[in-house]
Design a binder for this molecule. Structure first.
Ligand code: FAD
Length: 388
């Protein structure tokens, strides 16, 4: 390939989606610091495609992803990369917590059934003390690895290039410097650098606020209520979710702990004992059908947020030619296709009627402190510093 038009830094779902969506019109070079693309947050998540998010831009992006998943197979994705399982979104304490999301999605034609007896749809909710619950039949579970591999195969088919094991350490307008000292040039540089975004900002001398938050996932072991068709189930306001996996349940207590990664690849961590205890406690309180489960195995990974928990997408207002596809928090699988669609449209000079670019402007102002939920419970949210 002659000199690229676009360099995408980061081979997770955000970077690969942007690269794939651009490759039919631009010469794209994708750079990844790890041995292979897709080894960080993209490999550490629960794969739930959730359109019922709190933030309207998140919902807009996730609806685009869901519509794409429901569409016909295409050349780079001959097999489905997601399964329609349906989902139950429930609330234990605050019945109004998701009211905006419900109204928005219903106005968009999404089916959301109010559930009087949630356990009839999601048996794992038997005995759960719920204030409200909805069933969303269109919800899906995504295979993030298969999705990323499809993006990469398509990128290569369209003449794009992938270089792994290379770390970008500095970006100036139109120029990327690698740790080896090699310099690469392109008209557009897209930063899809996940948890390392704040680090790169510091090196470039710009102040953008990205905070990586560690969260754990564990397994229940074999469980009698397991069914691969069981809807994934999330009690949102108190922070606990489960999805069917390998004869049991993949589970999270929605714990949140700010944690910046070291330079270079490697963001996965072990599950602290305290987090296992937190999950056991929540299962007993809110999911009694799983009260006997002993959370086993598991890992932690980094979800990276801007302080308003809205993604940072589009051109950097201070650095011409620099674009962001970052701050995808706990919704980067859900929004993956939408992110690629939006950024590729904007780089081509097109507008997106379905997403207002100003609302995700990477240069928008943020408070210096923001709310996190250390134990995942909305009522226990605390202020944390937005800057390292
Ligand atoms: C425990 C957990 C559960 C989750 N569950 C869900 C879920 O159910 N549904 C959902 O929608 N989302 C979920 N997420 C969130 C989702 O996984 C992320 O939002 C998404 O993977 C982010 O993708 P990304 O491409 O931005 O980041 P990443 O996948 O981390 O990719 C960034 C890439 O950039 C590379 N990179 C960084 N800096 C450089 C550099 N300087 N040079 C070269 N390469 C660089 C990194 O090595 C990395 O591969 C979850 C996340 C976690 C941790």
């Amino acid at each position: 390939m002659s000199a690229p038009d676009v360099i995408v830094i980061g081979g997770g779902l955000a970077g690969c989606s942007v690269a794939w969506h651009l490759a039919s019109t631009h010469r794209v070079l994708l750079l990844e610091q790890g041995d292979h693309p897709g080894g960080e947050a993209t490999a550490q998540n629960a794969g739930m495609l959730r359109t019922m998010g709190e933030d309207p831009t998140e919902r807009a992006l996730a609806l685009r992803t869901q519509a794409w998943m429901e569409g016909p197979p295409c050349q780079d994705f001959p097999e489905p990369v997601s399964t329609r399982t349906g989902a139950v979104l429930a609330l234990a304490c605050d019945p109004d917590h998701l009211s905006d999301a419900v109204a928005h999605l219903r106005a968009r034609g999404e089916v959301l059934e109010d559930l009087a007896k949630p356990a009839e749809v999601a048996p794992i909710l038997a005995g759960a003390p719920l204030a409200r619950a909805w069933y969303q039949p269109t919800a899906r579970i995504v295979d993030p690895h298969a999705l990323n591999q499809g993006f990469l195969a398509g990128l290569r088919r369209m003449g794009g290039q992938v270089r792994a094991g290379v770390q970008a350490v500095d970006i100036a307008s139109g120029r990327v410097t690698l740790a080896s000292g090699e310099q690469l040039c392109a008209e557009h540089v897209v930063l899809a650098t996940g948890a390392w975004s704040a680090q790169l900002c510091a090196r470039m001398g710009i102040r953008r606020s990205f905070v990586p938050i560690r969260r754990a996932l564990m397994h229940s072991g074999p469980h009698p209520l397991y069914s691969p068709e069981h809807p994934w189930t999330w009690i949102d306001d108190v922070g606990v979710y489960v999805r069917p996996e390998s004869g049991g349940w993949l589970m999270s207590a929605c714990d949140e702990r700010p944690d910046y990664p070291s330079p270079g690849p490697g963001s996965q961590g072990p599950v602290p004992e305290g987090t296992r205890a937190l999950l056991s406690d929540k299962l007993q309180r809110y999911l009694p059908a799983l009260a006997q489960a002993r959370p086993a195995g598991g890992w932690t990974g980094l979800r990276t947020f801007a302080p308003d928990r809205r993604p940072a997408l589009g051109p950097d207002p201070e650095r011409p030619g620099l674009w962001w596809a970052a701050g995808l928090g706990g919704f980067g699988v859900s929004c993956s296709v939408g992110v690629g669609q939006a950024i590729s449209s904007w780089i081509r000079g097109e507008t997106t009627a379905w997403l207002h670019a100003g609302s995700v402007n990477p240069g928008r102002a943020h408070p210096s402190r923001w709310l996190i939920r250390p134990d995942g419970d909305l009522r226990h949210a605390k202020l944390a510093s937005a800057f390292p």
